[in-house]
Ligand binder design. Structure first.
Ligand code: PAF
Length: 266
């Protein structure tokens, strides 16, 4: 464990970040990693990439209530700011600005204004989670405007989210470059997710089969059946633009994943 002197993680609110950002030389590049906390190696890989490509890295932690259509899901979301800060301190040896916004400042309109997309956001994860992507796109637009970063980093695990954010940035002529970072997996193939912490020991053993099955079969209906036979509750398995997307539930814990069909050896 690293011996800590002065904290490398500088926690700021929105106003403080705006002041700090304004004090920087305009040529200094800022990389931004928005998260909802419960940080794991997947988030760390986004932060690492940002540090490699930028002079300053800003990470945000905000459990965004507007993207949870199910209040239970929001209530049980595993958040622990102190633990996250410690992990950042232990992992990184250069400064990280950590933006922790309050709902009241971020949503001063109490979500009266919102952004919506009318096609892809209604499919896959959007089908059974009404309003989910409106919440995601709205908060990401707010955060990108606050961060004013050159680049922003998103994981490929949430590929539908990544696609929608890319489109939003393009259609609204926003300046931030969206950088996609490959999914980080456990050795057994399970994609890292904050929700994995909610799995029971029994479901932890079953969970990697989700990725195994996703890669194995060319017919999504077949994959769905095989997963159901193994004990998963399958929300969807669907192909879009050479990518297979899936969402399953185990004991009310929802896991998502996707694979590039061009990379699957048939
Ligand atoms: O992927 C996430 O953690 C969230 O959807 C995001 C992008 C931080 C918006 O709340």
């Amino acid at each position: 464990m690293k011996v800590m002197s002065e904290s490398m993680v500088k926690k700021v609110n929105i106003q403080q970040w705006i002041e700090i950002r304004n004090s920087f030389d305009v040529n200094r590049s800022i990389g931004f990693v928005p998260t909802m906390g419960a940080l794991h190696k997947g988030h760390l890989s986004l932060i690492k990439k940002s540090q490699e490509e930028n002079q300053i890295t800003l990470v945000s932690i905000f459990v965004n209530p507007t993207q949870f259509n199910d209040k239970n899901d929001l209530d049980k979301y595993p958040s622990n700011l102190d633990k996250d800060m410690l992990l950042l301190e232990e992992t990184f040896s250069s400064d990280i600005y950590l933006l922790v916004p309050s709902y009241d400042v971020l949503y001063k309109d109490d979500y009266n204004f919102r952004l919506s997309e009318n096609s892809f956001s209604k499919e896959l994860c959007g089908k059974n989670r009404p309003g989910h992507f409106d919440g995601v796109l709205t908060v990401v637009m707010k955060l990108l405007n606050i961060a004013e970063s050159k680049r922003a980093y998103f994981g490929e695990k949430d590929y539908q989210q990544l696609t929608l954010i890319r489109e939003m940035v393009s259609v609204f002529f926003m300046k931030t470059k969206i950088v996609a970072v490959p999914t980080v997996r456990e050795k057994d193939g399970l994609a890292l997710s904050s929700r994995n912490a909610l799995l029971t020991a029994k479901h932890k053993i079953l969970a990697p089969q989700f990725y195994t099955e996703l890669k194995l079969h060319s017919d999504p209906k077949d994959t769905k059946l095989r997963l159901e036979n193994k004990g998963f509750e399958v929300d969807y398995i669907e192909d879009r633009n050479s990518r297979r997307y899936g969402a399953v539930k185990m004991n009310n814990v929802r896991l998502i994943d996707n694979i590039n069909l061009r990379e699957v050896v048939k």
